[in-house]
Write a protein that binds this ligand. Structure first.
Ligand code: DP6
Length: 360
């Protein structure tokens, strides 16, 4: 047995690319078992993604279970602890690789503090690496429908929104009477339920502030447990979902704009009305929203916005009005962006396996 190869004579190297996503119907509030209080719907992004490589070996008995995590080449013990805890809590899904010594190298395409949540792409990329190697070692790797369903299930347990990153296009997480195959436990691809029109949607992310958030999403989910508007929110999300599912089959951009903005503003109003209340929008967020709405009223062009749990504004629009939106950004919006920064993204594909290699 060599120092470099495992005691089974092998080192495994596996690398996945996994995208981030932007929610149109927002997941906000969860029940025990990391289950959502309402269904959510997102589209997968193309240019905002994580690439993660897993190197697994059984160098020596005392290395078994060792785990090193590096983000952009730098060791990060906080994340390593989070991953170890996750693997311990989900032991039954990783019976083989939990006995390996693991090195995980991860990098995001979007800057750290760009305001794009890295947990959706980061956690789904990590789970894809762990699960594909686990399956390869135990049953032989098969990237079939069952694999992606399990990967979505396990990504949810790491971070809720991550379970929507396992497919390209539009994805629903959470059970809805309208779609019988939907589930609270994993995301499903909307596929034929979405017209080709909406697959040509753009998301330009205006970075208004990249500072640390004053209140985390975890605290926000927690606050929903005792929120006086909890039931109203559940009803609203389900109603907005039903309407959006119908709109996505059409090419009705104005109706889409209405739902997207209602969801974004409702999310932030739930933060304002939590106890204690808080807000993550900045004065620039409101200015930008006002400009977008005036532009839509004046021109009839259906550009709309959504917001994550943060101050940055996602501009949503069909590719046919790209030139007009670019003029709007350059003329009126870029001045509100931190260092003039914005990210031009769009609806994208699901995860990709980059390589899977075994060294003797
Ligand atoms: C506002 O998925 O980050 O982005 O499950 O605790 O990891 P955890 O929360 P997270 O929450 C995302 C909230 C949101 C809306 C959404 O993506 O649906």
């Amino acid at each position: 047995m060599s120092e470099k190869t495992g005691n089974n004579g092998k080192v495994y190297r596996i690398k996945w690319h996994s995208p981030s996503n932007i929610a149109l119907i927002k997941y906000w509030g969860k029940r025990a078992g990391q289950l959502p209080i309402n269904p959510s719907l997102s589209f997968t992004l193309s240019r905002s993604f994580t690439e993660t490589e897993l190197i697994a070996s059984t160098k020596s008995a005392h290395d078994a279970g060792n785990l090193i995590f590096k983000l952009d080449g730098e060791e990060n013990e906080r994340f390593a602890l989070r991953i170890r805890k996750y693997m311990d809590m989900n032991q039954e899904h990783f019976p083989t690789i939990r006995n390996y010594s693991l090195e995980i190298n991860s990098a995001n395409t979007f800057p750290h503090s760009s305001g794009i949540a890295s947990s959706a792409s980061g956690m789904s990329a990590l789970v894809l690496c762990l699960l594909s190697l686990e399956w390869q070692l135990s049953t032989g790797i098969v990237l079939n429908d069952e694999f992606y369903k399990r990967a979505s299930y396990l990504s949810r347990l790491a971070s809720g929104s991550a379970c929507r990153s396992l497919y390209g296009g539009f994805v629903l997480w959470g059970s809805s009477v309208t779609l019988p195959n939907s589930s609270d436990e994993y995301g499903i691809l909307l596929g034929e339920n979405v017209s080709s029109h909406f697959l040509d949607y753009r998301d330009t992310i205006l970075i208004l502030s990249s500072g640390e958030k004053s209140t985390s999403s975890s605290a926000g989910h927690e606050a929903m447990k005792t929120h006086p508007f909890q039931q109203g929110r559940i009803n609203q999300a389900n109603q907005n979902l039903d309407n959006l599912l119908e709109i996505l089959r059409s090419d009705n951009d104005q109706a889409f704009a209405n739902i997207a903005e209602n969801e974004a503003l409702s999310l932030h109003s739930l933060m304002l009305s939590s106890n204690p209340g808080y807000f993550l929008m900045k004065p620039e967020t409101l200015k930008v929203i006002e400009i977008i709405r005036n532009f839509r009223n004046d021109t009839g062009l259906a550009v709309s916005f959504t917001l994550d749990a943060g101050p940055n504004v996602h501009l949503l629009y069909h590719k046919s009005i790209e030139t007009d939106v670019r003029q709007l950004i350059n003329g009126e919006l870029v001045k509100f962006c931190e260092n003039g920064r914005f990210i031009e993204d769009q609806v994208g594909d699901g995860p990709k396996l980059i390589h899977s290699e075994i060294y003797e």
